[in-house]
Write a protein that binds this ligand. Structure first.
Ligand code: CS2
Length: 479
């Protein structure tokens, strides 16, 4: 990468907007999505919706964005080329461990009306199978002991709300932008549970006065690499360490329930609706479900990206069959959508040759993703008397992936909060039957009712054996 200081740098075109939003988790997805909708909403309809971007742990976003005054470049990529736009909705960047009081002051600021979140599935500190707060989570234990110096997203929200209540300020609206079913109700439940542990009256107030709209968020956004920064320098003539790359497509469906004012996100194309449940189920099962299936099977078959994986006709046929036979039959069609067209469009998006979305990246955190992406769909199929072999193969591929060895016996860098436990289970058990049965016992991932289904277990064992003997590519012929 060119580190020459004479390189033209990105600068702001205008003064930073007054802060009206605190955003927790300012990674690539936030910059390619929420921050862009907010930037465009402010351009079209004004409003004081500058964002205070808060990192829970790392300084990376701070170091990338602060020297650029919070501005960064969003680059939309497809076969037709690249289109870039400078985004200026971020007004400040804070890092919780470095200045927790600055973050809490923002959260308690009456000018802040909205708290948005992109903290990934594991950031909610919940038990994936039940959606309840994980009381054994180290950050939850910490935040219960030291509620005034929280380190988790739910802990910050509870303390921010507690300070507002003490000062007679109305609560902010909490808008989760993570891929979880009923993400608003989920964050509401963990926040209320954590609040109740310190003060029942606070929990009641949040229940009564707080608003936690659910949302469906969608834009494919791979992690930015050093090569991407270099390519931007070549194309635009300036260096931007905070740049993000994404597909042109975007969709944001938001439940229309807020405490007070909000940005005019609908002017930037967001859909404000009475309930997002059907949209969310469609997206989680059709998109994220097949993404995870392609991630595990594609990775095991030696493919680096989603586009590479679906360029193989056998994989492409496999995904189309998953949609048609195993996923669409379990998804009620949301108003204004057509599921066949939605999935056909998804395949076009997966094939986007300009997006290098790594199978390894999507394979991360499977223990947090499996229930809502694959296991619920499998359960619904079993309930209608159908054994979904393709989805079972995808779960068996996850079980193979988390063993930490690929088809060639090479180590896999498994990133998952449960990685050590998963590796230990795979090491202690030999043979597919024992390994599958031992993994199925993890009740934070597998609902015990589903785990007890004999046809499910048998399909997983058969698929796990086939993956071990013939590899991922050959296994697709049985599914
Ligand atoms: C992906 C998602 O990384 C993953 O697990 O499945 O980030 C996916 O790209 C987005 O949900 C698309 O909206």
């Amino acid at each position: 990468m060119n580190n020459d200081d004479s390189t033209v740098r990105l600068g702001r075109s205008s003064q930073a907007a007054d802060i009206g939003i605190v955003h927790i988790g300012p990674g690539a997805f936030f910059r390619a999505f929420t921050a862009i909708y907010t930037h465009e909403a402010m351009q079209i309809a004004d409003g004081h919706w500058g964002i205070s971007a808060v990192s829970l742990k790392s300084r990376t976003a701070h170091d990338q964005l602060v020297p650029q005054g919070g501005a960064y470049t969003s680059i939309s990529l497809d076969a037709a080329g690249r289109e870039s736009q400078v985004i200026e909705s971020i007004s400040e960047v804070l890092v919780v461990p470095e200045d927790p009081q600055a973050v809490l002051s923002r959260l308690a600021d009456p000018a802040v009306n909205i708290v948005t979140l992109t903290v990934t599935e594991k950031g909610y500190c919940h038990l994936p199978a039940s959606g309840r707060l994980d009381l054994a989570h180290p950050d939850v234990v910490h935040d219960m002991e030291r509620p005034h110096a929280p380190r988790s997203a739910p802990g910050l929200i509870v303390e921010g709300l507690a300070q507002r209540r003490a000062q007679g300020i109305q609560p902010f609206t909490v808008v989760s932008c993570d891929n979880l079913p009923s993400n608003g109700s989920l964050v509401q439940a963990v926040v209320i549970e954590l609040a109740a542990a310190r003060d029942a009256a606070l929990a009641d107030w949040i229940k009564r006065e707080g608003r936690f709209p659910s949302t469906m968020v969608d834009r494919i956004t791979p992690a930015t690499t050093a090569l991407d920064v270099e390519a931007l320098l070549q194309h635009e003539g300036y260096k931007d360490l905070g740049c993000v790359l994404h597909e042109p497509f975007r969709q944001w469906v938001i439940e229309n329930t807020f405490v007070g004012a909000r940005p005019a996100w609908e002017r930037a194309g967001a859909q404000l609706v009475a309930s997002v449940d059907a949209h969310e189920l469609m997206k989680l099962r059709c998109l994220n479900g097949t993404h995870s299936a392609l991630a595990y099977l594609g990775f095991l078959a030696g493919f680096e990206t989603i586009a590479d994986t679906v360029s193989d006709p056998v994989f492409q046929r496999f995904v189309r069959t998953l949609w048609q036979d195993e996923i669409i039959p379990t998804v009620p069609c949301p108003e204004g959508e057509n599921l066949e067209r939605y999935c056909a469009r998804l395949m076009e998006r997966y094939c986007n040759p300009a997006i290098r979305h790594l199978t390894w990246q999507i394979a991360m955190d499977g223990s947090q993703k499996l229930p809502q992406r694959l296991l619920g769909t499998i359960r619904d199929n079993l309930e209608r008397g159908f054994l979904p072999r393709g989805l079972c193969l995808a779960v068996a591929a996850w079980m193979t992936f988390v063993s930490g060895r690929d088809e060639r016996g090479e180590p896999i860098d498994v990133r998952d909060p449960m990685a050590p436990k998963l590796a230990e289970i795979c090491q202690q058990n030999t043979g597919s039957a024992d390994t599958v049965s031992a993994l199925l016992k993890i009740d934070t991932i597998f609902d015990p009712g589903l785990a007890a289904d004999e046809s499910f277990r048998a399909a997983l064992i058969a698929a796990h054996e086939r993956l071990a003997s013939d590899g991922a590519h050959a296994s697709l012929f049985d599914a």
